[in-house]
Design a protein around this ligand. Structure first.
Ligand SMILES: *[C@@H]1O[C@H](CO)[C@@H](O)[C@H](O)[C@H]1NC(C)=O
Length: 519
């Protein structure tokens, strides 16, 4: 038998890189944190000079990583509404925004927030940290291996952030989960995130595995066996790291049921084979031992401004069905025409001049393909013999769309598996009864039973899957009258308003981002 001590030396040699890796991490972390003391005091001093007063004398810093904070999208509304909530409920907290908008002043950014979102923030408890390397997270910087490139880029970007100022709580509001590793390893502070969209989903992985061509998988790759295997390995590795990133979070919020399902799938994704081969990676990317339960990732719907549509009167609507959707194939406008034709066939009285029902399709046309689709829809209407009761409105200004919404009775949406469906929310906010495809956001998030009125009725609209079902639902909705009709419209409106109200959003934040993370 060999002398057991002969194993010791190779074993020690094998452990050496881990030992050095650990020491280097430790030293870098010490260096970042030590330098931070002075930087934090300087920031607090400059804020104090501008009028900020801390009650406790030891304010907490909540950091929001949002490299595009000066943009005007839904993600930015989430960011600013959250900060406004912190300002009202935690006046002592200093809100730090990490952004790549170098060259834009704090005053200018806050003025834009007021203009775009009508959110007024107190500049005294906000501090901006400007990041120069935002280019690293842009698609254009990474023509190949974009996902990986952007993720590595974000890790560098957050390094730039924490070497300027380390917060007490780190919140990513833009979907850069790979930054969690850097923050956890070097700063030892809790991290959390508001997720709009998963960076990679188990479905994308499945498409590569089964070699299905599609949006994220071009035909040239799906048709080659070798390229598919390479891509699969790349995606698997990426998923492995992404899943470990998300599991480092102390709390996660998602913007819808769709996103929750995807994020949950990522959190619970297992790749046993990779776990064995990626042992060195495991060492660098420990999952922090948090045991994620399905209920841990909470849905917090983004706030949404419904003020333009809620004043519309609920009474006296005309017998008009509207559809508001871009003329894109997935919106399935042909199904709307077929459903309408089926309705007129089963209930010929809707052709009668006294009760005539009209269908209005409103949507934007971006290019020749869209134009061709509109022309095809007109032909289809003629073929179905319903052209007299159809109106197609192309590229209507917002005000005209609002005018239709204020008069219509029913809103129609036929898209299958829509992630969300903001158009359906607009129907409901406007008091228009939604008739929607029984799938995706409209089924799970939006058109769901809601607070009953005096009659205890809960329904806020109708779901259908086939043309016949759509026709039946349209008929049901058209049949409503008197008190039942008004009740239904007002429930739908209440659902839309409450779902996206700032109050609901803030409740979600207060429940998920608990004080213990930063107090
Ligand atoms: C969630 O975010 C995604 C990506 O921005 C968006 O497509 C979706 O509509 C959002 N959902 C809600 C409820 O706003």
């Amino acid at each position: 038998m060999r002398d057991p001590s002969s194993f010791v030396v190779p074993l020690l040699l094998l452990l050496l890189p881990f030992y050095f890796g650990g020491s280097v991490l430790y030293l870098v972390s010490r260096w970042v944190l030590r330098g931070d003391e002075g930087r934090r005091q300087r920031v607090l001093k400059s804020l104090a000079e501008a009028g900020y007063r801390s009650q406790s004398g030891d304010p907490r810093l909540v950091g929001f990583f949002h490299p595009y904070c000066n943009a005007g999208g839904g993600g930015e509304r989430v960011l600013w509404t959250a900060i406004s909530f912190f300002q009202r409920t935690e006046p002592d907290v200093v809100n730090v925004v990490y952004t790549g908008d170098v060259g834009v002043s704090k005053e200018k950014i806050l003025a834009n927030v007021k203009d775009r979102f009508n959110v007024a923030l107190d500049p005294r408890s906000i501090h901006f940290v400007f990041l120069k390397s935002r280019g690293l997270v842009e698609d254009s910087a990474w023509p190949m291996f974009t996902l990986l490139g952007q993720s590595l880029g974000s890790m560098y970007l957050v390094w730039e952030a924490i070497t300027q100022l380390v917060p007490d709580l780190y919140i990513d509001t833009m979907g850069y989960a790979f930054t969690f590793h850097v923050v956890r390893l070097l700063c030892h502070i809790p991290v959390g995130a508001y997720v709009h969209y998963p960076t990679i989903s188990t479905e994308m992985l499945k498409r590569v595995r089964t070699r299905t061509a599609g949006h994220t998988n071009s035909g040239s790759i799906s048709s080659s066996k070798l390229l598919s295997s390479v891509k699969l390995l790349y995606y698997r590795l990426f998923m492995f790291c992404y899943s470990r990133s998300l599991r480092k979070a102390s709390f996660l919020m998602v913007n819808s049921t769709w996103t929750k399902n995807h994020v949950d799938a990522v959190l619970h994704h297992k790749d046993p084979l990779l776990s064995v081969f990626a042992a060195p990676l495991l060492y660098l990317l420990p999952a922090d031992g948090q045991n994620w339960e399905l209920s841990d990732c909470s849905i917090v719907y983004p706030p949404c401004d419904t003020s333009a549509i809620v004043p519309f009167k609920l009474e006296g609507r005309s017998r008009m069905i509207v559809s508001i959707a871009q003329f894109r194939p997935e919106k399935d406008h042909p199904a709307q025409l077929r459903a309408f034709a089926a309705l007129l066939k089963s209930y010929p009285e809707y052709r009668d001049l006294r009760h005539v029902v009209r269908l209005v399709l409103i949507g934007s046309v971006r290019n020749h393909e869209d134009e061709a689709r509109v022309a095809a829809l007109r032909r289809q209407a003629t073929d179905l013999g319903i052209e007299n009761q159809i109106e197609i409105v192309v590229n209507a200004p917002f005000s005209l769309a609002l005018d239709y919404l204020s008069r219509a009775s029913i809103g129609l949406s036929t898209m299958r598996d829509e992630h969300f469906g903001i158009n359906v929310v607009e129907f409901m906010g406007a008091g228009v009864i939604p008739v929607v495809h029984a799938s995706g956001g409209p089924l799970h998030d939006i058109v769901v039973p809601y607070e009953g009125g005096p009659t205890g009725e809960l329904c806020t609209g109708y779901h259908a899957a086939s043309e016949e079902e759509f026709a039946d639902c349209l008929h049901e909705a058209l049949k409503l009258s008197g008190e039942a009709e008004i009740q239904m419209r007002s429930r739908a409106r209440k659902r839309a308003v409450d779902l996206f109200s700032e109050a609901e959003f803030e409740k979600g934040w207060a429940q998920t981002c608990k004080r213990e993370y930063y107090a």
